[in-house]
Write a protein that binds this ligand. Structure first.
Ligand code: GTQ
Length: 367
């Protein structure tokens, strides 16, 4: 059945016995009539299957902990509770073509090394003692730290604490890479890498982000800096807030960058940290590209596609492409910080980025 639209320039062909028979003959030849699907495959504006969703960390955490009793890390490969969008179940996506999950590692546990065509990032939620070796650089990461595993880099993770589990959020572009039929996966031939002599080498080379090693050549598509500590991130955004009002739509927002180019950390995914001042409420806007948020600090709410979601520290929520969204810090005295990752670098490099602001007088959706 064709989706008809009574608009000049759109497909508006009704069914008839002759046409239905004709469609049948085309189908047998591996063909079809464009006008039966044109209005659907060329929507007036994006029609994401993803819906706005919020995942409460408090409610998920016991189940994440339970996974560590139920499944051995070495059997699972990685022990992760995925966050799955109701409209994207078949793709294991949290929003659009982005995947996210909560990975848990028991004290003393470590995973084998592998690499894949998908890119990954981590935002640590709880637990001291996490490490990840990315392309031979051993990174030590704690709560609030952000780290990247660009596509094709060997990586393996572990938890050297003898007391606490570690839980971090993984973000990957697996659904994107699969949609492009470009995914590959390899287990490391030795199962483990030999790490370099000094932990956090990439951070020592680029720490502070204001100087770079003289003459350093870097031609890869991703950032040579692999770890972004919470302290520096928090300080940078707090400092910017001293001199800038920020954006009416995003508050005081900064992007984690490749220190060589100033561009996004990886070619497919970018990441931000944003500060909402006490009681600040942003205005609504929408844009192409999907975003997955993690509340790094504070409490508040967001109105996404006309639905209100209350959030607090460590909660995760998503903004599907082209959904109106606005955020509010509901604490009268404390700053709120939102970490987020997105597919903007890919969307922008393809010339597909578009943004619109909400234009009723209030600038807010009815939520
Ligand atoms: O650590 O590379 O959550 O390959 C899912 C797939 C994490 C990883 C995930 C992965 C990884």
């Amino acid at each position: 059945m064709a989706e008809q639209e009574d608009v000049i320039g759109r497909a508006n062909v009704g069914d008839s016995p002759e046409l239905v028979a004709y469609y049948g003959r085309l189908e047998k030849l591996g063909a079809g009539a464009l006008w039966t699907v044109a209005n659907e495959i060329e929507p007036w504006y994006p029609q994401p299957k993803s819906v706005p969703m919020h995942w409460s960390y408090e409610r998920l955490r016991p189940h994440v902990l339970e996974s560590a009793d139920l499944v051995r890390g070495e059997d699972a490969g990685r022990r992760v509770v995925m966050l799955v969008n109701e409209g994207r179940k078949e793709l294991s996506a949290a929003a659009g073509l982005l995947y996210t999950g909560l990975q848990i590692m028991n004290p003393g546990e470590s995973m084998t090394a592998h690499r894949h065509a998908a890119s990954a990032l981590r935002f640590v939620i709880e637990g001291e003692g996490a490490w990840t070796i990315v392309e031979g650089d051993r990174l030590k990461v704690g709560p609030g730290d952000f780290a990247i595993t660009p596509n094709g880099t060997w990586h393996e993770h572990g938890n050297e604490s003898d007391e606490n589990p570690v839980i971090w959020q993984d973000g990957l572009d697996i659904p994107l890479v699969n949609a492009l039929d470009a995914n590959f996966y390899e287990v490391h031939p030795d199962l483990h890498q030999v790490p370099g002599r000094v932990t956090n080498t990439s951070l020592l080379e680029h720490g502070g982000g204001i100087l770079k090693p003289d003459g350093r050549r870097w031609s890869k598509a991703y950032s040579p800096l692999l770890a972004y500590p919470w302290e520096q991130t928090h300080e940078a955004v707090t400092d910017l807030a001293k001199v800038s009002d920020g954006s009416p739509y995003d508050g005081v927002i900064m992007e984690y960058v490749n220190p060589v180019t100033g561009g996004s950390v990886m070619p497919t995914m970018g990441a931000h940290m944003q500060l909402l001042r006490p009681a600040e409420a942003t205005k609504a806007h929408r844009h192409t590209g999907s975003v997955i948020y993690q509340v790094a600090k504070g409490r508040g709410h967001s109105v996404i596609g006309g639905r209100r979601f209350d959030w607090k520290k460590n909660d995760i929520f998503c903004v599907p492409s082209w959904a109106w969204h606005e955020h509010a810090n509901d604490d009268p005295a404390e700053d709120a910080f939102l970490f987020s990752f997105n597919d903007f670098p890919m969307i922008k490099s393809l010339g597909l980025f578009r943004e619109e602001t909400y234009t009723d007088n209030s600038g807010h959706q009815a939520g």
